[in-house]
Write a protein that binds this ligand. Structure first.
Ligand code: SF4
Length: 171
C-alpha cells in the first residue's frame, strides 16, 4: 500500500499534455464567418443546435466552439435557445424516430430565410446507425438540408468552414 501511494505521489499525471492555444486558423475562419454574416444578414449569426439522436461526439465539438479555448462568441457567432431566434439549424445525429417530430416542429418554428446544416456523418446518411429500425437515416429524410459538414465528428474548424460555405449558397 505504501509503495502504491509513493508511486502515485512521485509519478507524472497520466494525462495528455495541455493543448496549444487556439490555432490562428480557427480564429481567422471565425472572423470570416462573422464578416460574411454581417454582409449577408446585417448582424451576427444565430444558430440553434438540434441533437436528433447523436452519440454526443458531435456535441463535444460543437460545444468546443463556445468554450474558453475557441471562444467564438467574440466573433459574433451565437447559439440561441429558441428556433424562433435562429438563422441556422445545426442538426446532429441520424434522426431517431422519437426525434423526427421534434425536428420537424423546430424547422417549422424557425423563421425564414433559414438554413439547415447537417453536422457529422450520422446527419448525412445515418452513419453507424444507418439501417436501424429506430432511425430515419439522416436529416434530409425529415427536413430539407442546405449543407452537410462531413466528419465523425467534425472538428470546430470543419464546422466553421461549413458555416462559411453556407454563405456561398444562393439566397
Ligand atoms: S457523426 Fe460520429 S460523432 Fe457524430 S453523432 Fe454520428 S457517430 Fe457520433
Amino acid at each position: 500500500m505504501q509503495n502504491f501511494l509513493l508511486k502515485g505521489l512521485l509519478s507524472r499525471p497520466a494525462t495528455e499534455p495541455a493543448p496549444t492555444p487556439a490555432p490562428a486558423a480557427v480564429a481567422e475562419l471565425a472572423v470570416s464567418v462573422q464578416a460574411r454574416a454581417r454582409q449577408r444578414l446585417g448582424r451576427s449569426l444565430a444558430i440553434r443546435h438540434v441533437d436528433a439522436g447523436s452519440c454526443n461526439g458531435c456535441e463535444l465539438e460543437i460545444h468546443a466552439l463556445s468554450n474558453p479555448f475557441y471562444d467564438l462568441e467574440r466573433f459574433g457567432l451565437r447559439f440561441v435557445a429558441s428556433p424562433r431566434h435562429a438563422d441556422v439549424l445545426l442538426v446532429t445525429g441520424p434522426v431517431t424516430r422519437n426525434m423526427a417530430e421534434a425536428l420537424l416542429r423546430t424547422y417549422q418554428a424557425t423563421p425564414g430565410p433559414k438554413w439547415v446544416i447537417g453536422a457529422g456523418q450520422c446527419a448525412a446518411d445515418g452513419g453507424f446507425f444507418a439501417g436501424s429500425y429506430a432511425c430515419c437515416g439522416g436529416v434530409s429524410a425529415v427536413v430539407p438540408v442546405d449543407l452537410h459538414i462531413p466528419g465523425c465528428p467534425p472538428t470546430p474548424a470543419a464546422l466553421l468552414r461549413g458555416l462559411l460555405a453556407l454563405f456561398e449558397l444562393p439566397a
